[in-house]
Design a protein around this ligand. Structure first.
Ligand code: ACO
Length: 377
């Protein structure tokens, strides 16, 4: 035990086998369920991506129809959960905290314990929790889910109360497919760790939501949007970027621990955003974004020639979610709404071949102390 090597943050350590997704950081490639992310993202509906992760194959037409029906049947939340969300909204809780509270109660009033069924419940209920909370927080009554709408369209419908625009549904669907799974990231590791003690999926996803909330994980797209809007308003994006770098700040939406290239998800989402904005009134904003990206990548290359600081997924996440009218405050909860497909698939994979995750720590405290009675300290 004395010669244990320390791997801070488990860097470079493999602790699980998975068939769900794989990343090649050098080549800038991501494959989900065996499909290049670009192919899955543009063709699948979200339910198809989740079926692929759960079953290791794409569904037939009739399997997809029944899977969509099953998921739609799990969307409702109880009056008690609504009350919790209303109270969270009164207290102006962070949307990720409200989501954590709602997810923790996801099996309240729902008689489901079988892991695969719980996985479906968790995937289905997150949009209802997020939109119920958000409508309360905006001073509106929640909108009940509609089981004649697909997962993505229903989310937009519950958010606005209006029939969603098909272009917005397709844009959001592409986003949800793109980020549904990404190797053993921090929140997925948390979900697998909780599952590995033979706990349940509601506990695992509640923990994963807590992990995703952190600014080093799911919190970047909000600041990206703020940066873009401020740079656009400044009228001098080049000067804005230079000033940030000169003052030692990081440019949000650039750089990645794993990818040495432009993040393949940024590639997919930039095309999706381009398609969306070309049919919208905000085409000028997208043109600005493209110019900003080019300026930022060039300035970062001058600033840090020793590193490949390229565009990451969060840059175009912000642009696309803003375009389809997701409030900035809900960017991270919308990320959770996608990633729950990956979290639950990892939980099921862990259960199928479980060994409790129990790493070591290296003790750095004192040894051989002798007890001093409280009155003598
Ligand atoms: N802008 C300016 N400088 C940067 C940036 C950036 N976006 N990214 C890294 N650097 C610099 C750092 O300041 C650091 O400089 P130093 O060596 O003088 O201290 C050096 O490059 C290395 O930075 P690390 O944080 O050690 O590199 P790492 O590869 O671990 O960082 C990270 C990856 C955290 C994403 C980083 O690039 C970053 O902070 N980017 C901005 C925030 C962001 O976009 N986050 C979302 C990431 S995508 C995702 O997680 C899903």
């Amino acid at each position: 035990m004395g010669n244990q090597e320390l791997h801070r943050g488990l860097d470079g350590i493999a602790v699980a086998e998975t068939r769900l997704s794989t990343i090649d950081g050098e080549a800038g490639e991501l494959s989900i369920g065996g499909y290049p992310v670009a192919e899955l993202a543009k063709n699948a509906i979200y339910e198809e991506s989740v079926f692929l992760l759960f079953n290791n194959r794409l569904p037939t037409k009739s399997e997809l129809e029944s899977f969509c029906t099953e998921l739609a049947g799990y969307r409702s939340i109880s009056t008690e959960v609504r009350q919790v969300l209303r109270q969270a909204a009164r207290e102006n809780a962070d949307p990720m905290d409200a989501l954590r509270m709602g997810v923790a109660a996801a099996n309240l009033g729902v008689d489901v314990t079988e892991p695969t069924e719980l996985a479906k419940r968790l995937v289905s209920v997150i949009p209802t929790i997020v939109t119920t909370y958000w409508r309360y927080r905006s001073g509106k009554e929640p909108v009940d889910p509609r089981d004649d709408l697909g997962h993505t369209a229903n989310y937009l419908y519950m958010l606005s109360g209006e029939e969603p625009d098909p272009a917005a549904v397709r844009g959001l669907e592409t986003y949800l497919n793109t980020v549904v799974d990404h190797g053993l990231n921090a929140s997925t590791f948390v979900a697998r760790s909780i599952t590995s003690s033979d706990s349940d999926l509601v506990s695992a996803v509640t923990g994963a939501v807590g992990s995703l909330k952190g600014s080093l994980h799911g919190g970047a797209p909000g600041p990206v949007l703020e940066m873009l809007l401020t740079a656009d308003d400044s009228g001098d994006p080049e000067g804005y970027v230079q000033e940030k770098l000169d003052s030692g700040e990081r440019l949000m939406g650039f750089g990645h621990r794993v990818y040495q290239t432009r993040d393949p998800r940024a590639e997919v989402l930039s095309h999706a955003a381009e398609r969306f904005y070309s049919g919208s009134d905000d085409r000028a904003f997208f043109e600005f974004v493209e110019e900003f990206e080019e300026t930022a990548v060039n300035r970062l290359a001058d600033h840090r020639p020793d590193r490949n600081l390229e565009t990451n997924v969060e840059f175009y996440t912000a642009v696309l979610l803003h375009g389809v009218d997701i409030p900035q405050e809900l960017f991270t909860t919308t990320f959770a709404m996608s990633r729950v497909g990956g979290w639950t698939a990892h939980c099921l994979e862990q259960l199928a071949d479980n060994k409790i995750i129990r790493p070591l720590s290296i003790y750095t405290g004192d040894r051989d102390r002798s007890w001093t009675p409280v009155d003598s300290r």
